[in-house]
Design a protein around this ligand. Structure first.
Ligand code: AP5
Length: 232
């Protein structure tokens, strides 16, 4: 892992979207960029789960969709994410992890950034991975009930089995990581999110990074890409 080295310099206003199916490593890679470069990471799934933990009406509304593996309605998630983006500076670097996930969300984001005078999205990274690997990763994922930190039973185990390194909270499986819900999430990804690859390819922003490497190698491949684009 990259560890918690001092925050390094980053190109001004690098704005990235991480695409890719469930388990492709979007959250893991966003958190490595955060540790190394201090890049703000906005993860739509985490934002929804936080809202649910707090008992917000929006979290309760989203829960029925999330537990079945369906997407939360576009208006709900778009409003939530744009509210978060509004709190950032117009040039602030960020990674969007899990948003947008439909063409309607992508269009709403582009329109909002342009209308509010924010710097537009620079690059969209697709983490390409086989379904077999996805299933193994999600089956082994464990999440801290206290702070939401993510682990993997084999690939990223906690120091003390079953408990979070960060806050000591108990680790549990995510309710949507059950096999039948994973299958639904994958089907939803192919139908509703995969078309975004073409959407961003047509904008000339799409780049592909292998998602089936080990965590460190995947991170190296991502950094190599960002360096080749003069972003770090
Ligand atoms: P969300 O939380 O975004 O789930 P997801 O996209 O399905 O993504 P994951 O968190 O499962 O995968 P990831 O790619 O981040 O992988 P991770 O790094 O964690 O969304 C959940 C739900 O919220 C949705 O189903 C939907 O209902 C709703 N929602 C969210 N956004 C929405 C939107 N925009 N519109 C509508 N609804 C929305 O890694 C997974 C595991 O693998 C971890 O255990 C990790 O340690 C391990 N791992 C990671 N990388 C590697 C590697 N390279 N090698 C080995 N192990 C690895």
């Amino acid at each position: 892992m990259a560890g918690s080295a001092a925050v390094a310099e980053i190109g001004t206003g690098m704005r990235l979207i991480f695409l890719g199916p469930p388990g492709a490593g979007k959250g893991t890679q966003a958190s490595l960029l955060l540790q190394r470069y201090g890049t703000v990471a906005l993860a739509s799934g985490d934002i929804l789960r936080e809202a649910l933990r707090r008992g917000d009406p929006i979290g309760r509304q989203a829960h029925q969709y999330m537990e079945s593996g369906a997407l939360v309605p576009d208006e709900v998630i778009t409003e939530l994410l744009l509210q978060r983006l509004e709190t950032l500076g117009k040039e602030q670097s960020f990674v969007l992890d899990g948003f947008p996930r439909t063409e309607a969300q992508a269009r709403a984001l582009d329109v909002w950034l342009a209308r509010t005078g924010h710097k537009l999205i620079d690059r969209v990274v697709d983490f390409d991975i086989s379904e077999e690997k996805i299933i193994r990763r999600l089956a082994g994922r464990r999440i801290c009930g206290g702070c939401g930190a993510s682990y993997h039973t084999e690939n990223l185990p906690p120091r003390r089995e079953g408990f979070c390194n960060r806050c000591g909270g108990e680790l549990r499986m995510r309710e949507d990581d059950r096999p039948e819900t994973i299958r639904k999430r994958l089907a939803v990804y192919h139908k509703q999110t995969e078309p975004l690859l073409n959407f961003y390819r047509n904008q000339g922003k799409l780049r592909v990074v292998p998602g089936d490497l080990e965590i460190e190698s995947q991170y190296e491949a991502l950094l190599q890409l960002l360096k080749s684009e003069q972003m770090v």
